[in-house]
Write a protein that binds this ligand. Sequence first.
Ligand code: C2E
Ligand code: MG
Ligand code: MG
Length: 717
Amino acid sequence: MNDAASSWSTYRLAEFVAAVSTAADVDGALDAAVDHVAEALEAGAVAVVRGGAIARSVGWPADELPAVSAPLGDGGDAALLVARADPLAPAEASLLQAMARTLGLALVNHAMVAELRVRQQLLEGLSGIQRSIARRAPLDEVLQAIVGLAHAQFRDEQAALLLRDLDDPETLVTVASHGYPPELLDRLVRRRIGVGVGGAAVAEGRLIAVDDYASSPYAVADWVDADLRRAMAAPVFEGGEAIGSLIVTAFGPSRGYSTTEQAVLSTIAEHAGLALADAKTAQEMVHQALHDSLTGLPNRVLFGDRLGHALERAERGTGAVAVLFVDLDRFKTVNDSLGHAAGDELLRQVAGRIGGCLRAADTAGRLGGDEFAILLEDVTAPDEAGEVAQRVIEAVAAPIALEGREVFVGASVGIATGRRGDELLRHADVAMYRAKTAGRGRYAHYHESMDAEALDRLDLEASLRRALDRNELGVHYQPIFALGSGELHGVEALVRWRDPQRGMVAPLAFVPLAEETGLIAEIGRRVLRAACMQASAWLRAGARRDLRLAVNLSGRQLEDPGFAETVREALAESGIAPAALLLEITETVLMADTEAMLERLAAVRELGVRLAVDDFGTGYSSLRCLNRFPVDVLKMAQPFVDRIDEDVEHRALARSIVDLGSNLGLQVIAEGIERPEQLAELRRLGCELGQGFHFAVPGPAAEVEPLVLRGRVPASG
Ligand code: C2E
Ligand code: MG
Ligand code: MG
């Protein structure tokens, strides 16, 4: 079908769907149907036959014209008849078929009130799909909508769309899916035509419905193992040829597929065929499903497939297979500070550089985010893989020109080598993690002992979840003082976790993990609430009225659209003034140019809450972030305080932060003051506020309380 013909079909079908599904009753639907068919196909005569008699027609009888009949598929013997002098072209025949099915559904719809809602959803879904094709929505969206619709119609089931790979016409590739466990999908991205229910529907060009999967002739071992109970697939046609299939499956208790359900699936499959014909060639689709759109490299799915084949070959040959897992260092910082367009460009350039380090036979893929993988085959020399890793690290480390500036990122590489087993990628990932923790910009070979570390991380996560369940996280408070007068300014709340086995776990040991896993949202909420309640209790017990409460915030918390509401609730519940609350955010978070985050921060600030940049001076581009967002306080990072009394350079840096604060009208709080000499130097520089072991270590509320109520530096300070 050519382009013009197929958009024409799409347009006509969209009109048709709208007309028959919005008709008031059966008669209205029939009237609308014959009119639209006659017009769309310029037919001399159109009729709908139900129960052996003509139910509605225009221009009938048409003795001298050949007639084409399309069954309505509504469970009866109804059909749509068209009479026309010229035979129908394949595109027209497909359109007629789709119209007949749609009408069948509309009739069933009007007839069966009980199923009304579901049918209505289907018709709405179909017209939505046709509309999105008409407005040229991205193809993957359209495909996902088709699969989503099939899924929605069959409630508890999974759905997938399989298309023929023209490079390998005997195989089908899953281009869109819904509801499958990812491990299963990964393993079954490709299947031979003829194999399984989806494959058979293509080979036989007809709908196949199986109620008892395991004992059916179409059963595939992997799916039987996964306890698949029933499956139904309808072929997807383009220009008369079966190019794929739409499949729904279920793991639940088995039941038969009704005729209506079969008709529903066929209808959606027909719409899929029209969508494909209209959009791009199916081959492009397959390419899209297997490649990363940003870099054009094979994606995780295709990489896994190539790896599988390489391992099969290795079992027969002499060489081994090596997998290199490449993760960029500092990518997030660049992405956050320069914006996503620059981040994308960076990834494209890195992809090119990685490609430049490989032989023609090797495969590089992008696994997602800033993760790449390399597959080396026929590895015989002892450290061939290590040499490739070193080349990649050097290539990535060279400066990258981005938007008129030079940007530096690095790469950490994990290597796993072997002949068997499909765990190479996971092992390489584990080794990469080791390379990162050993200091980045280097590579590490996988060793079994590393699994133990990975397990430790999992273990830590499980314990952290348990601690949250049991409410075992606590909050310590560290006082903050005015350096000149020695008066108490406020306290900083710091999360604490005492694990029954591990003892005290430092925030730096679990906050990053909590961020990775998303647990930080809940932790942050609780710390905020507890700290506000504590500050309120101190105020009632006689602490100074303008006591400030500083609470640390993770960037992940700002991803929650309800964040400002969480803060408002904590304030309302505790009754403390918004201006008493200071939220500390690290520079890199403020650098994230996402509008949503900035909006959330603005919303919080509108409540009257103040914002601080934590660890100021350690980030990528401190000044820019001040420009981006109005903050109230700078917290000078500990490294600046650390040697302030020892060398000129540190003193100069600290001075510039204090000056910056006073020029911009921001308060500066120095962190980590440990010695009287440091305090003296900070005072000389005119730094207003500070905290540190020199004054007081963070402690539980009860221990800090006397100091908070007294409102002055401790006697020794
Ligand atoms: P931060 O916000 O910069 O907190 C200051 C850290 O410095 C605290 O470490 C504190 O105990 C420590 N500190 C205070 N005075 C001194 C000193 O004189 N010398 C030295 N060497 N250290 C001092 P802590 O409690 O281990 O927290 C580490 C980091 O973990 C915090 O750095 C903050 O980024 C994060 N964090 C702590 N609590 C939370 C929380 O509730 N939520 C989030 N998102 N992050 C938190
Ligand atoms: Mg802090
Ligand atoms: Mg800090």
